[in-house]
Design a protein around this ligand. Structure first.
Ligand SMILES: [Zn+2]
Length: 561
């Protein structure tokens, strides 16, 4: 609750979907009302508001002020049309130079996403059905408006109505609004990002927030690899390895250990991994998953009988998801300071601060005592508990490390040990099952991450569920013993030493620990935040609506016999 208020005050619009978006109605109004000229000139962070606006009722869209087509009253808005492609850029704000820049980027996006990756072209917005728009922008072409947006929002794609009522998918035409009051590079990258949203809406508007944003970020990177603004969201994603890979920031907010919850944008790293490692690097694999999730191309056992977010089901028809999740966990671990030149996301030259957060331990003091993990470290279903350590430089040439993990709930786990020294990464064998054991002899001076992941996730739209594991980390093989003392207890804030009950010191500079499984009532992180009335109301309302939404969705997605 408090975190949402803080983000609204900071001008950041979190991504939310359907009923979750109700709070953002208030948030957007608040932001719009408080936007200052200075903020307009230099948004703190230009954020795509597409998934926040998605599916808002028409009357609620009106209150946000960004759901309607921007247009002057006299209808004399200047625009540029492409000579051959159905693209029209209206420049209500910014000059013709901005419009030319955006049109050029849209041509490039078309080449990459339609001609290259195989997405269908943007649907016309006046093809004999009620698209739900006041007008069609003067032509059937895709309309892109350069116009002011509320502070903190750099771009938005506004979708219309479902074109055919087919229950298997929800295909919508849409238009784009880009605020030209941002740098040329960010504006250009936003054009690629929003163009992808247009193509997504044309396939199925009901996919999950994370999948919408993660794939849009991936195409933003493909379109403008020289622009690094997408990396701003990576620390948020990498600081929350315990979160489900499918989660968006709003879903995970009650459990998060960080205030900057742009999980769904940081998950662009996962979309890039899918495209690089399981695809051909040109977006065709991402397009395939979108298509198969919508049931437009049936391949394998993809469920198209109900329109739920299905991208994970589509992926499962093509890949061993538990093995893939473990492979991705290892891949995302090879980020600074553990980056290497020949593995992981090396091609993206990620900056410091994008490393995977882990509970810090002293390797030589690991006792092997069994303890049960707590929510702040995870794993949640579809996430990883991460431990980080440095192998001693003095003493023996190698230090043996033994990991034993048991899922309390009998879920499938995966475990592996990633060690990096002198720019070379080594990974232990990965083990997958309800009880896993892995080990490695770690070279002196190596940095290592121990990953224990719950790989049992099957639902791309599931709410986050904490899935505790009984975990033993030792320098000798696990032989079985009773529960350790001090299980999961943590206290204090900031730089801290956590008694983890395993005879080790765990320090974490970025997280605190809690033995509660709930959303941190009385959380000291939250207590540090100042309350203010509007934000508080927005948050309370949001959680009430979240409960309602959950019940509604259960009905919506209930399979018919
Ligand atoms: Zn977006």
């Amino acid at each position: 609750m408090i975190r949402l208020a803080d983000r609204l005050r900071g001008g950041y619009i979190p991504c939310m979907s359907l009923p979750r978006a109700w709070p953002v109605v208030f948030g957007l109004c608040l932001v719009a009302a408080t936007a200052s000229p200075a903020a307009r000139a230099a948004p703190r962070r230009a954020t795509c508001a597409t998934t926040a606006l998605r599916d808002l009722p028409d009357f609620a869209r009106g209150t946000t002020g960004i759901g309607d087509r921007p247009a002057s009253d006299d209808g004399t808005d200047a625009f540029l049309d492409d000579d051959t492609l159905p693209l029209r850029v209206h420049h209500l704000a910014g000059g013709e130079a901005d419009a030319t820049l955006v049109l050029n980027e849209l041509r490039r996006a078309w080449a990459l996403q339609v001609d290259g990756a195989g997405f269908a072209p943007p649907p016309a917005d006046d093809s004999g059905f009620d698209a739900g728009f006041d007008n069609n922008g003067g032509s059937p072409a895709l309309d892109v408006y350069l116009a002011p947006l509320p502070a903190g929002v750099g771009a938005v794609t506004v979708s219309g109505r479902d074109v055919d009522g087919d229950p298997a998918h929800d295909r919508r035409p849409s238009f784009i609004v880009l605020d030209p009051a941002q740098s040329d590079d960010v504006l250009a990258a936003a054009a690629h990002h929003e163009f992808q949203h247009v193509l997504q809406f044309a396939i199925d508007a009901r996919e999950s927030v994370m999948w919408f944003e993660a794939t849009a970020v991936a195409f933003e990177v493909r379109g403008r690899p020289d622009v690094t603004s997408w990396q701003d969201a990576l620390p948020a994603f990498q600081q929350q390895p315990q979160a489900p890979i499918t989660a968006d920031g709003f879903q995970f907010a009650p459990f998060a250990t960080d205030d900057d919850l742009r999980l769904e944008y940081g998950a662009g790293l996962f979309a890039l991994y899918l495209d690089d490692v399981h695809g051909t690097g040109d977006g065709t694999f991402l397009h395939t998953l979108w298509q198969e999730a919508a049931g437009l191309v049936v391949d394998g056992d993809v469920d198209v009988t109900t329109n739920t977010p299905d991208w994970l089901t589509a992926l499962a028809a093509r890949a061993d998801v538990p093995a893939l999740l473990m492979d991705f966990a290892t891949w995302r671990a090879l980020t600074p300071p553990l980056a290497v030149s020949d593995d992981g996301p090396a091609a993206y030259d990620l900056p410091a601060g994008t490393g995977l957060r882990g509970q810090r331990v002293l390797l030589e003091r690991l006792s092997g005592t069994l303890r049960t993990t707590v929510p702040s470290e995870g794993p949640f279903v579809g996430g990883c508990q991460v431990t980080s350590a440095s192998a001693p430089t003095a003493g023996p040439a190698t230090t043996p490390v033994f990991v034993h993990a048991e899922s309390v709930d009998g879920h499938a786990l995966g475990a592996t040990i990633v060690a990096v020294r002198d720019g070379l990464a080594t990974t232990s064998d990965a083990s997958v099952g309800p009880v896993v054991d892995v080990s490695a002899d770690v070279d002196a001076g190596a940095e290592l991450l121990i990953l224990v992941c719950d790989v049992s996730i099957t639902d791309a739209d599931a709410d986050p569920v904490f899935a505790p594991v009984r975990l033993s980390l030792g320098t000798t093989p696990y032989v079985g013993e009773g529960e350790g003392e001090g299980e999961g207890e943590g206290e204090g804030e900031g730089e801290e030493v956590i008694d983890c009950g395993c005879g080790c010191d765990q320090s974490s500079s970025s997280s605190s620990s809690s033995s509660s499984t709930g959303p941190a009532a009385g959380d000291p992180r939250g207590m540090r935040k100042s309350l203010y009335a509007v934000g508080f109301f927005v948050g309370v309302f949001g959680f009430a609506v979240k409960a309602w939404r959950h019940r509604r969705r259960q009905r919506l997605y209930q399979k018919k016999p």
